[in-house]
Write a protein that binds this ligand. Structure first.
Ligand code: ATP
Length: 298
């Protein structure tokens, strides 16, 4: 048992995001190719002499306390195992917020893993994933990490081999987007056939370690909602492609855009350009990252 933990909560992008149908209970059934990236929030968890859970985040607009998914993750396990000791959770946010990168979900996932270790609860990864689903559809994946096919409402996960190595530029425009609002506007029945990405083809390309096959199949049905509302997403995609990206796509419900590069120099150049574009007004955050796979995550 330990009194102090330092955790890395990695962000994700979607190489593919398809919505298959809206269920009667209002949830959307999805087929998504999930990919962890090397950008992470830093989370410190300490046991505390004071009872209860305290959270502190590095950004004023991310809620503390019950509004924070990391708090709810700690509470879920502490309540279940009737642990009365207090914990303090400090989160240094690096993953763009409300940006389609599962920032809150991955913080919750890291805290579930951390509390399990800190209090020697003995839960397996699958058992943690089942509890994570109570906090959010992306939380089980954030515990699994790496490259995966996500189906159902996000809880049916199939591990895939690590996607081919490459450089990934992440660019978050100034706006933030609510995932719930984007899904609310999506009319699945009205989507044209060609607006659905080729998820099965993407799975095969990953299995063949074919990076060109992956970039050729990047696709996200939620772009049909978010891009018309925020045209700067389209502008950023074009800049990435003009700078040599093999493909560029919006992640999740947006607005973060990523570009996939074979050449590190080209990726660095694209980052530099995006940081300066429109006198720095086009983007809020720009990062040069890579895919992060399950082996390196252990
Ligand atoms: P997803 O891709 O899972 O839909 P997202 O990346 O679009 O999520 P988040 O960064 O998780 O969005 O933020 C969504 C909202 O969740 C924020 O506006 C914030 O109020 C709330 N939130 C709660 N806990 C956290 C956290 N630990 N980090 C970031 N946001 C959090």
């Amino acid at each position: 048992m330990t009194d102090h933990l330092e955790l890395k909560a990695y962000g994700k992008i979607n190489l593919g995001l398809d919505v298959v149908r809206k269920r009667e209970d209002g949830y959307h059934e999805v087929r998504m190719i999930m990919q962890t990236v090397s950008l992470y929030d830093k989370i410190v968890v300490d046991k505390s002499g004071r009872q209860g859970i305290r959270t502190e985040t590095s950004l004023p607009y991310v809620p503390d306390g019950e509004g924070n998914l990391a708090y709810r993750a700690a509470k879920l396990l502490l309540d279940e195992f009737q642990i009365t000791e207090g914990v303090e959770i400090r989160i240094k946010k690096c993953i763009p917020v409300a940006a389609g990168m599962a920032g809150g979900s991955t913080d919750a996932a890291a805290v579930l893993v951390g509390i399990n270790r800190m209090f020697d609860l003995g839960l397996t990864r699958r058992e943690l994933m089942a509890r994570g689903l109570k906090l959010g559809a992306d939380v089980p994946y954030c515990i699994l990490r790496g490259t995966a096919l996500s189906e159902g409402i996000g809880e049916v996960l199939t591990e895939l081999p690590a996607a081919p190595r490459c450089h990934v530029v992440l660019a978050k425009p100034q706006v933030s987007v609510s995932t719930k609002a984007v899904y609310g506007k999506l009319k699945v029945a009205e989507l044209k056939k060609e607006e659905h990405p080729d998820i099965d083809g993407m799975v095969k390309a990953i299995q063949k370690r074919d990076l060109d096959g992956v970039t050729a199949r990047l696709g996200n049905v939620l772009e049909t909602i978010t891009i018309p509302e925020h045209p700067e997403i389209g502008t950023i995609k074009k800049i990435l492609l003009d700078h040599g990206a093999g493909g560029a796509l919006m992640s999740g419900s947006g607005p973060t855009v990523f570009g996939i590069f074979k050449s590190r120099e080209a990726a660095e150049e694209a980052c530099g350009y995006l940081k300066e574009a429109e006198n720095g007004r086009l983007t809020r955050q720009v990062y040069l990252t890579s895919f992060f796979n399950r082996k390196s995550a252990r």
